[in-house]
Design a protein around this ligand. Structure first.
Ligand code: 2U9
Length: 344
């Protein structure tokens, strides 16, 4: 029996040595150590072994079983290690290969200009206020001293939704709403950026939808000097410290007096060039002292309070800043145009 057991062990170890995968190894294990295997059979035959020999044979069986198990375990580890090595070999990454570039988007040029203008006014203590693009005729026109018969209220000039509701034609209704919310409290010191809509045929300089930034300051003792100081500071921050401004008389129904604001030409520094049509000046803003009627309608006593307001078209500012010759570029989403603002 001893010889038979030794022979079984040798056979098992030889087969273990020859297999190269886990499946075959499992088959060897089942073959030699399974319930129907030769070792189990030897154990079953123990009944026929003499009482003196039984412990020796039992011990031998256990030793052989342990040796076969050790052989199986060693082989299993070896197979798994080899498989892992092969896998790692195959998956080697060449870190010297050039990376695949990921195409990155960028902020829209108008968003950049809006943020730049907002930052300048925030730096002067202004807050940013926003409001609805679909407005009532009252906030858009009436409260801004634009009476019913005013030409700007012509159905042909604005996008009306009903007789009383329209797409706002400027961001001024946001200022009106802010003043009414403040219920006569001062100071009011806000800028209002946002989309506005006018019925216009689109061309290189006109768009039926564009972006305005308007500003409003209301307090006691506000004068035209404050208006000029704030706008000069804005021009210097936007175009450089050498920038100058000049005010020319104008007319708006919501301001009295009113003024157009020119900045010294940012292309030629005031010497005269194509951009400024040889005048040395470029118009960038409209402005004025808030009309007493507008203050009154918004709940501020015009005898005690005064204010100034201004407005600018963001596309125009951006076109001058980047030398863009057609407003439609901002709205046609051509990546060849938009990608040029990645580095600015
Ligand atoms: C209130 C009172 C007064 C806002 C103002 C302008 C002058 C102006 C234009 C600039 C270019 C519009 O985009 S544009 O075509 N705006 O010239 N806007 S004063 O005045 C206000 C606003 C609100 C309560």
């Amino acid at each position: 029996m001893k010889e038979r057991l030794e022979q079984l062990k040798q056979e098992a170890l030889t087969e273990i040595d020859q297999v190269n995968d886990i499946q075959a190894l499992t088959a060897v294990k089942v073959k030699y150590l399974g319930k129907k295997g030769p070792i189990t059979e030897v154990l079953r035959g123990m009944a026929n072994v003499s009482a003196e020999e039984r412990p020796l044979i039992g011990k031998l069986v256990n030793e052989i079983r342990e040796e076969i198990e050790r052989g199986l375990n060693l082989k299993e580890t070896a197979i798994k290690n080899k498989a892992l090595e092969e896998k790692l070999e195959k998956e080697t990454i060449d870190v010297t290969l050039p990376g695949k570039p990921i195409s990155q988007g960028n902020r829209h040029p108008l968003s950049k200009v809006i943020e730049e203008i907002e930052d300048i006014f925030i730096g002067m203590g202004f807050e940013v206020a926003e409001g609805p693009e679909v407005e009532s005729d009252y906030y858009n026109f009436e409260a801004l001293n634009l009476p019913k018969e005013h030409p700007a209220r012509d159905m042909q000039d604005s996008f009306y939704i009903t007789e009383e509701i329209l797409m706002r034609t400027h961001t001024s209704p946001v200022q009106v709403r802010t003043m009414l919310n403040k219920k006569g409290n001062v100071p009011v010191k806000i800028i209002c950026p946002g989309k506005v809509y006018r019925r216009d045929d689109d061309d290189a300089t006109h768009s039926h939808q564009f972006i305005q930034i308007e500003g409003l300051v209301v307090d006691e003792n506000i004068t035209m000097t404050d208006l000029k100081g704030v706008l000069l500071n804005f021009a210097k921050k936007m175009y450089g410290d050498h920038a100058k401004i000049r005010l020319r008389p104008s007319f708006f129904p919501f301001t009295e007096p009113s003024a157009e604001v020119d900045v010294s030409c940012m292309m030629c520094g005031g010497d005269g060039c194509r951009t400024c049509k040889n005048t040395g000046w470029i118009e960038i803003l409209g402005s004025g002292m808030v009309h007493p009627k507008v203050l009154e309608m918004a709940g501020y006593d015009p005898e005690r309070y005064s204010g100034f307001a201004f407005g600018m078209g963001v596309e125009r500012i951006a076109m001058l800043k980047y030398g863009i010759d057609d407003i439609r570029h901002f709205y046609t989403n051509d990546l060849r145009f938009l990608d040029q603002f990645k580095r600015v």
